[in-house]
Design a protein around this ligand. Structure first.
Ligand code: SAM
Length: 300
């Protein structure tokens, strides 16, 4: 089952009003959505997004047992503005994949279980890990493994992948990766971990859509509304940090002016000067929380 990360901290960060309207952009198994819905009264409402139909099916049942005041969109949160035309009091992003996605072998996310290479969160999409692994040119593979996986052996792994094509399954890929890293590296953690993460990020374009999605979400907030984002990857966190920085500081050009005009003023205030990270207790109980960072802003 999925164990929600930074659950208390993010729910507290949303500052939920019982009659407010909220959006959970990453429904997953409704850990956060369930807690939001429990805090809403009859006037309150929750919208939620997930592009994985398994998550939508499971969570619909769970949320129904709490209240009827919700609507789920079975689509990518990059479409938030096409789906919602009302202003809301708070929006949550809990990025990345859920434990059931990683654990269900057939989804092809795991380097422990054999399955066809896949890694799509949205199984309606065409691009899967199979095409990334078997069709991408060397430079693009090196780039992905190095940047999205922070994999120092990106070049040798990418060369190994190309030499062994076609690679059909997760375990075949894990074996190729293992054979193409130094022996000392093989015994550290699983040598395939970083490459699998990198390929997953590429397949689902996780970093490519983030900045615009956050800005679109911010537009939907009422003044005083909160935007709460949990990230699991340093590049993801950097994107969030920079978007939040731009929204919470006056326009650079305004420094030259005696008075800052309204359209150049900061649009939000920073609630978390430094990101909130999991407590030692959470780290002990949930290994998946180890790279989590939570950032919050409030619209002015
Ligand atoms: C970390 S899980 C969320 C877990 C959830 N907060 C809970 O407590 O159960 C992330 C979920 O967001 C979904 N997801 C990730 N990126 C998405 C996107 N761009 N659009 C829609 N759903 C997305 C994934 O399919 C996954 O189910």
């Amino acid at each position: 089952m999925h164990k929600s990360v930074l659950l208390e901290e993010s729910i507290e960060g949303l500052n939920i009003k019982p009659d407010g309207t909220y959006i959970d952009c990453t429904l997953g198994y409704a850990g956060h959505s369930g807690e939001i819905l429990k805090r809403l009264e009859t006037e309150g409402f929750l919208f939620a997004f997930d592009q994985d139909e398994n998550a939508v099916l499971a969570s619909t049942e769970k949320l129904k047992s709490i209240s009827k005041n919700f609507k789920i969109f079975d689509t990518n949160f990059k479409n938030i503005k096409n789906c919602i035309d009302t202003k809301v009091d708070g929006i949550l992003f809990d990025l990345g994949v859920s434990s059931p996605q990683l654990d269900e072998a057939s989804r092809g996310f795991s380097y422990h279980n054999d399955a066809k290479l896949d890694m799509r969160m949205d199984r309606r999409q065409k691009l899967s890990a199979y095409e990334v692994v078997n069709e991408y040119p060397l430079e693009k593979l090196v780039d992905i493994l190095f940047n999205y996986g922070e994999e120092v052996n990106a070049k040798s792994i990418a060369k190994g992948i190309i030499k062994n094509r076609p690679i059909e399954t997760t375990l075949e890929l894990a074996e190729v990766i293992k054979e193409n890293v130094p022996i000392s590296y093989r015994n550290k953690s699983n040598p395939a971990r970083k490459s699998f993460q990198a390929i997953r990020i590429e397949v689902n374009n996780e970093l490519g859509i983030l900045k615009n999605a956050i800005l679109d979400a911010f537009d939907l907030l009422k003044p005083g509304g909160r935007l709460v984002v949990i990230t699991f990857h340093s590049l993801e966190d950097r994107i969030v940090k920079n978007v939040f920085k731009n929204l919470t500081t006056d326009d650079e050009l305004s420094k030259k002016l005696p008075i800052v005009p309204d359209n150049m003023k900061a649009k939000a205030k920073l609630i978390t000067k430094k990101p909130i990270v999991p407590s030692n207790k959470e780290l002990e109980e949930n290994k998946r929380s180890r790279s989590a960072k939570l950032r919050i802003i409030e619209k002015i």
